[in-house]
Ligand binder design. Structure first.
Ligand SMILES: N[C@H](CCC[C@H](N)C(=O)O)C(=O)O
Length: 275
């Protein structure tokens, strides 16, 4: 049996597993089955807590989408990771350094039970996102379902396309999100954010996530949208990001600086997987 904790960050939900004190070997097929909300446990992503790779880190953090694919970043998951290692007494630190497949994250507990994640420095070069363009641009356009679509693109350690819309309630998230997620322009597929700018310190956002479809919140997507909005001079340096599942605070001073994201992390229940 494998013990797990079911958690969420603004409704973006996770199964979190201590793979330090348990032997865990999950295939993509098993993860897909476990992610099913009828035949399995149900989650957007599965998170593994492992021993660190680097001497200066406290843990390694691995992320698997509902489709079973391993990815390198998950902002809401990072906050839940921090809550998990504290609740399970795997660490008593107020600041936790975590190795991931896209570099290191710094996770910090705030006084009011929120968690702030240093999400690292955004990457803008096409090869780093990645996407198939000769050079970096503030806007890219591709033909999707017969129409030209313009968007900004950035990597937060995972790839994000951000489309500005006038009203997220009517945005074509399912149709356009799915078409762009697997568009040939993105060799590793992409997370697709639909951003409505309310004012310079407030956006509304919906995200069609790579490998998970639309989620109630996307932490790295919130960071990507704020970065694109600041790059397009639409936003100030600290922004409230209102997602269907709740609100995150995202700050970015500018190029070559890290993005900070603050929000809640909730444990829902404990369970066991019969493996
Ligand atoms: N679907 C994302 C991973 C999870 C990101 C999201 N849940 C977050 O909070 O950042 C990807 O394939 O890159």
């Amino acid at each position: 049996m494998i013990n797990f904790t079911k958690m969420h960050g603004l409704g973006n939900d996770f199964v979190v597993i201590d793979a330090i004190n348990q032997q865990v070997a999950l295939t993509p097929e098993t993860i897909q089955l476990l992610s099913d909300r009828h035949f399995g446990i149900g989650f957007d992503q599965l998170l593994l807590v492992e021993k660190p790779v680097n001497a200066n880190a406290d843990f390694k953090y691995r992320i698997f989408n509902a489709d079973g694919g391993e990815v390198a970043q998950c902002g809401n998951g990072a906050r839940c990771f921090a809550r998990f290692v504290r609740d399970k007494k795997l660490s008593a630190k107020d600041e936790i350094r975590v190795d991931t497949n896209s570099g290191q994250l710094l996770l910090r507990f705030d006084d009011d039970n929120l968690v702030t994640v240093d999400m690292g420095v955004p990457r803008h070069a096409p090869a780093q996102i990645p996407l198939l363009a000769e050079e970096e641009s503030r806007f890219y356009t591709v033909l999707v379902n017969g129409t030209e679509k313009a968007f900004g693109a950035v990597s937060m350690g995972n790839p994000h396309a951000v489309i500005q819309v006038t009203d997220i309630k009517t945005a074509p998230v399912a149709e356009l999100g799915k078409a762009l997620e697997s568009h040939a322009f993105f060799p590793e597929r992409v997370n697709v954010g639909f951003m409505q700018v309310v004012d310079r310190q407030h956006i509304k956002l919906r995200v069609f996530e790579r490998g998970a479809a639309e989620t109630l919140a996307c932490g790295s997507g919130a960071c990507a949208a704020v970065v694109i909005g600041i790059e397009h001079n639409l936003l100030d340096h600290t922004v409230s990001v209102e997602l269907p599942g709740g609100t995150l605070t995202v700050s970015w001073p500018g190029r070559d600086q890290p993005v900070l994201m603050t929000g809640p992390a909730i444990s829902v229940f404990e369970g066991q997987i019969p493996l």
